[in-house]
Design a protein around this ligand. Structure first.
Ligand SMILES: [Zn+2]
Length: 333
């Protein structure tokens, strides 16, 4: 099954010819639930990890509001999915009493004192083979990127909880039968459903903060006009003509929505500029619905990975352009 982004509803370069030189290609990953193996590109799938290599752990401190477990997150999703699939007469409960008991037990969580003091294993977020993901910026000789993270709310604050590992896949022969998992996690929203990918190249234009000021002002002026006028079918730049929503590699950084744009210092590492590497977000929302794949017209499923970033924001993982050995920087925007 392919996932095909419909053509943009309007050629934005005809409106703003200066954008022509600012096109970038991004690879939308289109993650969809499946059963990926270590040999597949995936979100939330198993990693091609050498059996003899230490599994990464998180050494950061966590102050969770609640504790849950990976097993509870998976159980809850399974119970709810099964319940939604059952035919249900009007005025009957979604859940059976037994299911309700399971959900109640899971919702109660665990005593915060159970959080182990020692570093906990990270969990797989994504695995990307260069053969599947055009434009993956592999260092020389590498053909695989593995991304792990620590499923606590601190993920929103810095890059410390997100780990990148570049590999040469051909050198990995044995993988661990049972990769380690954290005993407890802070938030089920950071546990990706195992998904296979349907990568697709799309062309993007910059968010306002990446445009020259004068051009940004003209683009924003058009947005304001559209919002003020009764022309609802005119596609807006932010949602429809510029940056693709959803999980993707490369392209332009997402719009800053709930906070001020990062200043150039925030988007630097060791003096070198940062570039978007991986974007984590809902596949589309009502403002960006023109990016919903044509193959899924009418579908309301816009978050197949089940990863939720804040109130539906975007988590942008940036890489240092000077060295692939430098830690990534994450910004919620
Ligand atoms: Zn750097």
């Amino acid at each position: 099954m392919t996932r095909t982004t419909p053509p943009r509803p309007l050629d934005v370069v005809s409106l703003f010819p200066e954008l022509a030189g600012r096109a970038r290609t991004a690879t939308r990953l289109h993650p969809r639930p499946g059963a990926p193996t270590v040999h597949d590109s995936s979100v939330g799938g198993p990693l091609l990890w050498p059996a003899g290599e230490d599994w990464p752990v998180c050494t950061g401190t966590h102050r969770p509001y609640e504790l849950t477990t990976l097993r509870d997150v998976r159980t809850r999703r399974r119970v709810l999915a099964q319940a939604w699939q059952r035919p249900r007469p009007p005025r009957t409960n979604l859940l059976t009493p037994d299911e309700q008991a399971v959900i109640d037990r899971i919702s109660a969580g665990y005593d915060l004192a159970l959080l182990p003091a020692e570093p906990q294993p990270l969990i797989p977020l994504a695995q990307l083979y260069a053969r599947d993901v055009p434009g993956l910026p592999c260092p020389d000789g590498m053909d695989l990127l593995q991304v792990l993270w620590c499923p606590f709310d601190e993920i929103m604050d810095s890059g410390a909880e997100v780990r990148l590992r570049w590999r040469r896949s051909g050198t990995v022969t044995d993988v661990p039968a049972d990769p380690p998992e954290p005993a407890y996690i802070g938030n089920g929203d950071y546990v990706p459903e195992p998904c296979v990918l349907h990568p697709e190249r799309v062309v993007e234009y910059p968010a306002y903060h990446d445009l020259p000021e004068e051009l940004a002002e003209r683009v924003i002026a058009r947005e304001r006009e559209l919002l003020a006028s009764p022309a609802p079918d005119q596609p807006r730049y932010q949602g429809n003509l510029s940056v693709a929503p959803g999980w993707k590699v490369g392209g332009w950084a997402a719009f800053f929505t709930f906070r001020d744009p990062a200043d150039p210092d925030e988007l630097r590492c060791c003096g070198a500029p940062l570039e978007p590497l991986l974007t984590i977000a809902d596949e589309w929302d009502p403002d960006s619905i023109t990016w919903r794949p044509a193959d899924e017209e009418g579908s309301t499923e816009n978050n197949p990975t089940r990863v939720v970033i804040g109130r539906g924001y975007t988590l942008q993982v940036y890489r240092c352009t000077a060295s692939s050995a430098h830690a990534p920087v994450t910004v919620m925007q």
